[in-house]
Design a protein around this ligand. Structure first.
Ligand SMILES: [Zn+2]
Length: 598
């Protein structure tokens, strides 16, 4: 039996300690290398004379010096995540951040000059065998070329952003952090100040009135700041449309689509198919209502816990479950993550001053990733382990890629993790005899799917509607509330009653502020995994080697190209519907389990 508290990271594989003199030496050497790189190359890339062998050599130096600075940077991040209460860790974080910033400024010219290369010259270089290994990196960078402005304009935009766009983002964040919530926690006699996250966590509380009271408190506290929040939304919407016009983007979503290697047409098709399937979500809400025994389901009941979901697992059990599920898919998937535990790549138990949540940090090609968990033994913790080990397997298998192609492209960033969760959920369902537990397992999976597909499609539709309305003039808080209720109403229909305070639901979602139109990438990621999983069900073992090849490919090609060998055509409308067919099948299974006796 492994004691989870003993499972900590073995960080000396990077540096001996926070005081290791090799760390500042590496950072200083990387900064010096960046300065030398700048001296040697600035003004030479966009001079049309640069040859393919010269550019390949420059790319290799560009990668090498970043790699040198990355080791101290990642080590500091890991130290801080494991113990943020240690002042030396915070100090080191600040130092490496500054160093990384300095390095970034020194080499910024390189990508800007690549962007400014005349198209014919770039096309010639791109076809050269010396640059083949950097192809996807160069292509994704160049996709921004038509919308890049002159260096002086770019500089001016950057400077004005500090007091423009970024100032409103900062204001939103600071306001959010300053909000104080007065609430009487369950089991306590008096009201007291409670952090916002604790109120949101109460959406999973078994008591119905507690769920509604906590969410209403959270939302109404935001509603009281409507003036500032509405100003943030209005200004950021306007800023985005002005910048889109200035750069000549054909669509408001183009910048996000360029980063995620999708297109506005593809996103539109995906959203339309999602909306057509909204009735599937309502079918699930009806099941949940029956299971909870309510007359009517409120939106604060969507995550209410169900009987059977309270089962707990020791970490050894969880580890074995994930290993079995992965090995059942293909032994190589299990092998990819099998050595991570003995190698000290997992930090398992919660501790004071340790970072919350869970993550997997991929370092660089050839180095094993690190996984952070806050394992307490719940069912959710088991699927989180499967999720993070999915990321880890992706990084281990992509270890043969170069620096530029090590990380998966954005639309595939959550493929291995969500696929891993699916494998473990199915594995748990296959061996579980208790009907209640099986129902809880299926419900948990369906709730997660609904939150990452239908809800995110709805959020994207709200964002699109807000942008379109802003073009006509300033939006009032009531306008935003009305748009919000309208989009939610399309999803919920008659199946879910929205509590009155939910009109403020738009006001705290930081994605709208931090990353425009980002929400659709969740829909994309989830539907892709559902479609892949369906292929696996249809093809059985023959599917596994091609899936492993996809993970090995890392970020070396565009998603559409990487997915083609798996029989997936992103342009085909039936691709998106295929994902929802799997949801319908899971619902059939759930309804069958519940039967008429419920
Ligand atoms: Zn993830």
């Amino acid at each position: 039996m492994t004691e989870p508290h003993a499972l900590r990271w073995n960080l000396p594989s990077l540096y001996a300690s926070v005081d290791d003199p090799a760390l500042p030496a590496d950072l200083a050497a990387a900064i010096a290398a960046a300065a030398a790189f700048r001296r040697d190359w600035r003004g030479r890339i966009d001079a049309a004379a640069v040859t393919a062998p010269e550019l390949a050599a420059a790319l290799e130096r560009h990668a090498g010096l970043q790699l040198q600075a990355l080791r101290p940077y990642l080590y500091a991040q890991l130290l801080f995540a494991a113990d943020g209460g240690e002042p030396r860790h915070a100090r080191l974080m600040a130092e490496v951040r500054e160093g990384w910033q300095e390095l970034g400024e020194a080499i910024l010219f390189f990508e800007l000059e690549l962007l400014r290369l005349p198209q014919e010259h770039f096309a010639r270089l791109r076809g050269a065998p010396e640059l083949a290994a950097y192809g996807h990196y160069l292509d994704t960078l160049r996709a921004h070329a038509p919308y890049t402005l002159g260096e002086d304009v770019e500089q001016a935009i950057k400077r004005k952003d500090l007091t423009g766009k970024e100032a409103f983002v900062q204001l939103f964040d600071e306001l959010g952090a300053s909000l104080r919530y007065r609430f009487r926690m369950p089991g306590e006699a008096e009201e007291r100040e409670v952090p916002g996250e604790e109120l949101l966590a109460l959406l999973y509380h078994p008591d119905r009135e507690t769920r509604e009271r906590s969410f209403a408190t959270f939302l109404e506290t935001h509603g009281a700041q409507a003036l500032v929040l509405t100003a943030c939304f209005n200004n950021l919407l306007l800023d985005h449309s002005k910048e889109a016009d200035l750069r000549g983007y054909p669509d408001r979503m183009t910048p996000t689509c360029l980063s995620s290697e999708t297109s506005p047409e593809l996103v539109e098709r995906m959203l339309a198919v999602s909306e057509e399937h909204y009735p599937l979500a309502r079918r699930y809400f009806a099941v949940k209502q029956r299971l909870l025994g309510y007359e009517r389901l409120k939106n604060t009941d969507l995550y209410a816990p169900l009987a059977g979901g309270e089962r707990t697992f020791t970490f050894d059990q969880a580890w074995a479950l994930v290993a079995e599920a992965y090995a059942g898919f293909h032994p190589e998937l299990a092998q990819a993550v099998g050595q991570l535990l003995p190698a000290g790549r997992l930090d398992v138990a919660p501790r004071p001053a340790k970072s919350g949540g869970a993550f997997c940090m991929g370092l660089y090609p050839g180095a094993d990733p690190y996984v952070l968990l806050n394992y307490t033994g719940t069912l959710r913790d088991v699927t989180t382990l499967a999720h993070e080990l999915g990321h880890a397997a992706h990084y281990v298998l992509a270890g043969g890629q170069n620096f530029y192609h090590y990380h998966p492209p954005l639309p595939l960033a959550e493929t291995a993790s969500v696929f891993g969760e699916m494998l473990v959920t199915r594995h748990l369902l296959a061996r579980e005899q208790d009907r209640q537990v099986r129902i809880a397992l299926l419900c948990a999976k369906l709730e997660e799917i609904i939150a990452t597909t239908f809800r995110q499609a709805m959020l994207t539709r709200f964002e699109q509607a807000a942008h379109a309305r802003r073009d006509e003039g300033l939006l009032s808080a009531d306008d935003l509330c009305a748009l919000w209720l309208e989009q939610n109403g399309r999803l919920f229909g008659d199946a879910v009653e929205m509590i009155p305070a939910y009109r403020w639901g738009w006001s705290y979602i930081s994605h709208f502020i931090h990353a425009r139109f980002y929400c659709f990438s969740y829909v994309f990621g989830e539907l892709l995994v559902l479609a892949l999983y369906r292929r696996y069900l249809e093809e059985g073992a023959a599917f596994a080697p091609r899936y492993l090849d996809l993970l090995r490919a890392g970020g070396s090609a565009p998603p559409a190209q990487l997915l083609r060998p798996l029989g997936i055509d992103l342009a085909a409308p039936e691709f998106w519907a295929g994902g929802y067919r799997l949801v319908a099948e899971m619902l059939d299974e759930l309804e069958g389990l519940i039967g008429a006796g419920c």
